[in-house]
Design a protein around this ligand. Structure first.
Ligand SMILES: C[S@@+](CC[C@H](N)C(=O)[O-])C[C@H]1O[C@@H](n2cnc3c(N)ncnc32)[C@H](O)[C@@H]1O
Length: 338
C-alpha cells in the first residue's frame, strides 16, 4: 500500500492534463483525490475555487497528513487555497473538532464563488447539508445539458441548487423550471442565477416531486390508505423538450418514497410522460450497488411499457477526476432520446 503522500502525488500527476482542460473551459472546482479509488478509502480532496476541501469519512486525519496534502496541492496548482477540513468519520460530524489538529480560518468558512463550464456557483465548504452546494461528479452531465438545451423548455427535477438549470439557461433554453421540495436549496439556486446576471431568469417550483410530476404528466395523485395529503402547488399538465431526473438514493415524504434500489419506475414513469415526443429525458442513479446494465434494462423496459419508444440511449460517465478502477462509477447517467 503506498503512503498517503505517494497516493496523492500519483493522483495529482494523473490529473495534469485534465486540470489544464478544466481550467481552459472555465472550471475551477474538481476532485483532486478520490480516495476510495486512489489508495486511501474514506478520504476526498476537492478544490472549489479559492477553497480546498478535505474530508475524511472513516477516521480523522493526522495533522501531518493534512499539512502535507495542502502542501502538495498548492505546489501542484501553484497557488494558495483556503483550507476547510471536515472530519465526517464520527456520527454526522462535519467539523474539525480537534483544535490541535486544525482550525479553519474564518475566511475559509465564508461563502465563496467557484466556476464550472464558465458559470459562477455559490459554494460553502461547511454547512448543515452533505455537500458544498455543487456535486462535482455531475459536471459532465451539466456540460451535456449546456450543449444541448438551445431553444428547449427544460424541466430540472430534484434540482438541489439548480446547477443543471443554470447550464440549461446558459445553453439557450427557451424556459427553465427547477423543482425541489427544499426552499433552502432553491434559494441557493436563485443565488446561482444572480451570480450569472447575463443569463435569462429561471423559474423555481417548491414542491414535493410526486404531486408535481404527476400533475405535469396528467396522472392522478392518490393518498396512501386514505390519509389526508399535505397541500401542494397546483400545476397544469404539460410536456418539456428536455427533462433532467437526478433523485437522491432514498427519501420519504407524505407523497411517496424515493427509492433508487427498489422502485426507480415510480420516479421514471411520470418523468417520461412529462417528456415531449421527440424530446430527451436524462436520468441518473447514484447508488453504487445498482449495476448500469440492470438499471439500463429497467429504464428501457419502463419506457417500453408506457409505449414511449426510445430512439437512442447514450451514457454519460463522470470525468476522470472521479476515476473508477472497475469502470463502474456509482453515478450512472442515461440520455434517452424519445
Ligand atoms: C441528490 S440531490 C439532487 C442533485 C441535483 N440534481 C444536482 O443537480 O446537484 C437531492 C435533492 O432532492 C431533493 N428531494 C428529495 N426528495 C424530494 C422529494 N420527494 N420531492 C422534491 N425534492 C426532493 C432534495 O431537497 C435535494 O435537493
Amino acid at each position: 500500500m503506498p503512503s498517503l503522500d505517494q497516493a496523492l502525488r500519483a493522483a495529482l500527476a494523473a490529473r495534469e492534463n485534465l486540470l489544464a482542460v478544466l481550467h481552459a473551459q472555465g472550471t475551477d472546482c474538481y476532485r483532486l483525490f478520490h480516495g476510495s479509488q486512489e489508495g486511501a478509502p474514506g478520504l476526498t480532496v476537492d478544490r472549489y475555487g479559492p477553497q480546498l476541501l478535505v474530508q475524511s469519512f472513516h477516521q480523522p486525519l493526522e495533522a501531518d497528513d493534512l499539512h502535507s496534502i495542502v502542501g502538495s496541492v498548492e505546489a501542484c496548482l501553484g497557488q494558495p487555497l483556503l483550507l476547510v477540513y471536515n472530519d465526517r468519520s464520527k456520527s454526522n460530524s462535519r467539523i474539525d473538532r480537534d483544535p490541535t489538529l486544525f482550525q479553519a480560518e474564518d475566511a475559509a468558512l465564508e461563502d465563496m464563488v467557484s466556476r464550472e463550464w464558465g458559470l459562477n456557483y455559490r459554494v460553502r465548504g461547511r454547512h448543515a447539508g452533505q455537500d458544498p452546494l455543487l456535486f462535482l461528479d455531475l459536471r459532465n452531465a451539466r456540460g451535456w445539458v449546456k450543449a444541448n438545451s438551445a431553444g428547449k423548455a427544460v424541466l430540472n427535477l430534484f434540482a438541489y441548487t439548480c446547477g443543471v438549470g443554470l447550464c440549461a439557461a446558459a445553453g439557450g433554453a427557451s424556459e427553465v423550471i427547477n423543482l425541489d421540495f427544499a426552499q433552502g436549496n432553491l434559494a441557493v439556486g436563485q443565488e446561482n442565477g444572480a451570480l450569472n446576471p447575463e443569463l435569462p431568469t429561471m423559474q423555481f417550483i417548491q414542491s414535493d416531486y410526486f404531486p408535481a410530476i404527476r400533475q405535469l404528466a396528467d396522472l392522478p395523485i392518490s393518498s396512501r390508505r386514505g390519509q389526508k395529503l399535505p397541500s401542494y402547488p397546483r400545476l397544469q399538465p404539460r410536456q418539456f423538450e428536455l427533462v433532467f431526473l437526478d433523485p437522491p438514493a432514498w427519501a420519504k415524504s407524505a407523497f411517496g418514497t424515493v427509492d433508487l434500489l427498489r422502485d426507480y419506475q415510480s420516479l421514471l414513469k411520470p418523468a417520461l410522460l412529462a417528456t415531449a415526443e421527440g424530446g430527451t429525458l436524462v436520468c441518473c442513479n447514484n447508488l453504487a450497488k445498482v449495476e448500469m446494465s440492470d438499471w439500463r434494462a429497467q429504464v428501457l423496459r419502463c419506457a417500453e411499457k408506457l409505449g414511449r419508444q426510445v430512439q437512442d440511449c447514450q451514457v454519460i460517465v463522470p470525468a476522470p477526476d472521479f476515476p473508477s478502477q472497475d469502470a463502474k462509477p456509482p453515478l450512472k447517467t442515461l440520455i434517452l432520446h424519445l
